[in-house]
Each structure stands twice: as structure tokens, then as C-alpha cells.
Design a protein around this ligand. Structure first.
Ligand code: COA
Length: 248
């Protein structure tokens, strides 16, 4: 079974499910590639009206696979992670996320690009980039303070502390908290899929227009710093610390 499962409903809703639950759905290069391909194909397929990103198991994702970070650091624009980030930035159709359990690193930053995020009461969000010797990515150094205010964003980024589903709802990062989070996301996606598709695409384009170029520029700058940081002593020590705790 693939680590990203792609399934289309009769109503035209594509669900991309992270399927590596034994590793808390930590994202490998192949998984970023599969997500990017899924989104790009959905963008070009008229029959697909909306996409939901969700997960198998109790957690959304533990973020980038740390072993992959060490063995194959994504340092250029051709990397699978860069392709994935480009595809969520430019995805023209409604993108929903159904989040439960841990959403670490890119598991939280990707949500800043989604149009509707639903969370289970178990959801726990964190962006521990500084703790790992890294810097924020996916445009989050711009999008997160814009959403929650500078000081709150700075505190979360600089301490690496996590926040709950209730906090995320109050921040406006998620719209709904529900135990049956995927079912609720499917309901919203079906409502969207029933709308006139071109009006939906145009509406999303208008909603995103004012920030798109700024986010793209920030993502480029973040990527450069992130690539350098990945090869720093601070990051190497943090990664080795994680790997040794896990007895790898
Ligand atoms: N990369 C690779 N493997 C990971 C992973 C990651 N980011 N996160 C979790 N895993 C693996 C663990 O190695 C473990 O596998 P194992 O049973 O074969 O050893 C499994 O997933 C379960 O994780 P575990 O750490 O045992 O769960 P926990 O409940 O004790 O801790 C976390 C949960 C999220 C706090 C912890 O896994 C963690 O800190 N992960 C790293 C998160 C991170 O820094 N991501 C990068 C962000 S940029």
C-alpha cells in the first residue's frame, strides 16, 4: 500500500490520505512527491472540485522524516518538498484538511495554505523549527503572524511550544472542531463540490490574490535559509538527538 492514498468520490472530491501511521505519518521525499502529483493532477482535472488532505492512524503527521532530512536534505528547487510547497501555494481549487493528533512542522504550516481546516479535539499543533536548529518554512514566517499577531507567532516559533485544537480554532487556523473530523470535512467538501465550479475557482483566486506574491517571495527566502540551516551543526545535533532517542 502506498504511503499516500488517493481516492476520488462520485461528487468530485479527491482525498489524499497520509498512510505511514507506524512512523506517525512522517513525510518522506516520496510522500511529498505523491502529494504534489496528486494536487497537480487535481488542478488539471475538471471533474475534481475539491481536495481533502487527511491521515491514517491517530495522528496527522510528525512533519518531515528526520532520517530523510539527514540523508537527503532538500536543498534545491527541484526537491520533492519544494514541489509540494509550490503546489499548495498555487493550488487553484478548494483545499481542505482534516487533522487529528500531532500536526508537527509542515503538518501545521501546510494548513496555512488550506481553505478550510477541521480538527479533532485530539489535534495538537507545533512548529518546532528553532528547537531543531531550523527556521520556519512554507511561508509560515509571513502567514502565521498575519493570522495570529506578531507576538503570539513569535512566542510559538521561538519556544517551539505546541497548541491545542481549541487554541487553533480561536486563532482562526481551524474552522471546526469535531470528533468525526473526516466526515465533517467530507460534508463541507460536498457542499463546495455542489457549487458552480468556475465561481468557486474565481472566488478562491480573489481570496488569495492580495497575499500570493508576498508569500511566494517569503517562501523563497525561507527555503534558502532552511537549506543552509539543515546542514548546520545545530540541526545535526538536534537530528542525532532524535535518532539516538529512538535507538536508530
Ligand atoms: N521522522 C522520522 N520518524 C519519526 C518522526 C519524524 N519526524 N516522528 C516520529 N517518528 C517515528 C518514531 O521514530 C517512531 O518510530 P519507531 O517506533 O520505529 O521508533 C514512531 O514514529 C512514533 O514516534 P514516537 O516518537 O515514538 O512517538 P511519541 O508519541 O513518543 O512522540 C513526537 C511524538 C511527535 C513528539 C515525536 O515523535 C517527535 O518529536 N518527532 C519528531 C517531530 C519533528 O521534529 N519533526 C520535524 C519537524 S520540521
Amino acid at each position: 500500500m502506498s504511503d499516500v492514498i488517493s481516492k476520488k468520490s462520485d461528487e468530485g472530491v479527491l482525498t489524499l490520505t497520509l498512510n505511514r501511521p507506524t512512523k506517525m505519518n512522517a513525510l518522506t521525499r516520496e510522500m511529498y512527491g505523491a502529494l504534489a502529483t496528486g494536487l497537480n493532477e487535481a488542478a488539471g482535472d475538471f471533474s475534481i472540485r475539491a481536495v481533502i488532505i487527511t491521515s491514517e492512524g491517530d495522528h496527522f503527521t510528525a512533519g518531515n522524516d528526520i532520517k530523510d532530512f539527514m540523508e537527503n536534505p532538500p536543498t534545491n528547487d527541484d526537491s520533492e518538498v519544494a514541489k509540494f510547497l509550490g503546489s499548495i501555494l498555487n493550488f487553484p481549487k478548494p483545499l481542505l484538511a482534516a487533522v487529528k493528533g500531532n500536526a508537527v512542522g509542515v503538518g501545521t504550516t501546510m494548513l496555512l495554505h488550506c481553505d478550510v481546516v477541521l480538527a479533532s479535539p485530539t489535534a495538537n499543533f507545533s512548529m518546532p523549527f528553532t528547537s531543531l536548529g531550523l527556521v520556519p518554512e512554507a511561508g509560515s514566517s509571513y502567514l502565521f503572524p498575519a493570522l495570529v499577531g506578531y507576538q503570539r507567532a513569535a512566542r510559538i516559533f521561538l519556544t517551539g511550544e505546541s497548541f491545542s485544537a481549541t487554541d487553533a480554532k480561536e486563532m482562526g487556523l481551524v474552522t471546526t472542531i469535531a470528533t468525526d473530523v473526516l466526515e465533517q470535512a467530507q460534508l463541507v467538501a460536498s457542499q463546495i463540490a455542489a457549487q458552480p465550479p468556475q465561481a468557486v475557482i474565481n472566488t478562491k483566486a480573489l481570496l488569495k490574490a492580495s497575499k500570493h506574491d508576498a508569500v511566494e517571495a517569503v517562501m523563497k527566502a525561507e527555503f534558502q535559509l532552511f537549506s543552509m540551516a539543515l546542514q548546520s551543526e545545530e540541526a545535526m545535533m538536534a537530528f542525532m538527538n532524535f535518532m539516538s532517542k529512538k535507538g536508530k
